[in-house]
Design a protein around this ligand. Sequence first.
Ligand code: NDP
Ligand code: 2IT
Length: 450
Amino acid sequence: MAVSDHVNLEQFMQGLKRRNPGETEFHQAVYEVAANVFDYISDKEIYHEMQIFRRMAEPDRVISFRVCWEDDNGNIRVNRGYRVQNNNAIGPYKGGLRFHPSVNQSILKFLAFEQTFKNSLTGLPMGGGKGGSDFNPKGKSDNEIMRFCQSFMTELYRHLGEDTDVPAGDIGVGSREIGYLFGQWKRITNRFTGTLTGKGREYGGSPIRTEATGYGTVYMLQDMLKQAGEDIEGKKVLVSGAGNVATYAIEKINQLGGKVITASDSSGFVHDPHGIDEERLAFLMHLKNVRRGRIEEYAEEFNVDFYEGKRPWQVQADVALPCATQNEISQKEAQTLIKNGIKAVSEGANMPTEQDGIHDFINAKVLFAPSKAANAGGVAISGLEMSQNSARRTWKEEELQDLLRNIMGDIHESCVEYGKADDGYIDYVKGANIAGFIKVADAMIAYGVV
Ligand code: NDP
Ligand code: 2IT
């Protein structure tokens, strides 16, 4: 095909939308990467000839299955389970499982697509996948969670394996669920291998996997600020969410001398001008991760304001760390943050900022780390959990802390390498998309037409 005949971005997106009707989150995620990649490959014939991006945006496999389980009242319940195996060009499929009522094929396809580039950025040999269910864990007993996880794994196990596909946690899937899932995997297969990550330390889990995503998001922030001649000390920080990623991001901000003044859950946000210090964070972690309570209780405990049904983005601060879910910063909210003088945004959640909001941040020269770079610390430690499981040993916590710091530093460097503009501004979105793309693309070229 002659260069002039290449499908352009608009034509490509039309085709993608036609082939994947109604999957708006998937369209959004693909567009965000395509916008940079089409530009990058415009003069690189081989990527066109081999239809590389077209192939990356078509998952290798989408598995969907029925999950039947019995609740505590003896009612038979039916949910839908999924695993999207997007791409295994550079390693086994790897990515989390999400249990949330909003889960559907579009959301999991967007997450599996993003994971492919994120995992590539870590420098570790992992392909991209994602799975989950529309099961709602809220208000369920431990026994109900266990029965659901066992039923889910009874179907999913046949698609997994330490060299095939290795799931982990995500929204609604933490150490309790991973325990039940791994227990069932082991029981069905009669094999003890590292086929899930985020496991308990007693049975093959890695030190610092729990902390890694939140810590990594803050390391990315630290490196962006350093590049711009600043640091975290004294900065006022907005955090959304109050789960795994949010709480460990808060912990690391505190360690580095910043002050977090908000946290949220799906019911609203709390504004704590005193700052979520060590003592208050311990309360929050217990409230959300152990008792699974509502964030309003934090406001009652520390006598601070609770804003029902609202997100924290109208509060004035220096930094924003969205750590809850996709599309939680609208374009309007991005504009409010810019107007209030936000300096940096590091995305702990996956795709938390709407497309137009990202453009506004970049146009306003805000330091903006996209999720596939900023939250890669979690899957990076998952990759190292896989290595430890294969070698049947555990590394020391200090070693893993150093490895996490270095991997995040390397991701920052890759973004700078591919994202630096002539005026010195670093477009981390472009940098992460292109750096993540190249490795996967070149591996696919090596395999020929498969
Ligand atoms: P958790 O389940 O531990 O916590 C999720 C938090 O986000 C909760 O506070 C939850 O509130 C809130 N939340 C979830 N959905 C919504 C919603 N629709 N609207 C408002 N608030 C919501 O999940 P994680 O902390 O693990 O995940 C958070 C984000 O980070 C997700 O985008 C995930 O994909 C991403 N991520 C997670 C990684 C990990 O290692 N865990 C790795 C990389 C990215 P409530 O309690 O009310 O439900
Ligand atoms: O979005 C993510 O990177 C995760 N939920 C973690 C994936 C993993 O395999 O650790």
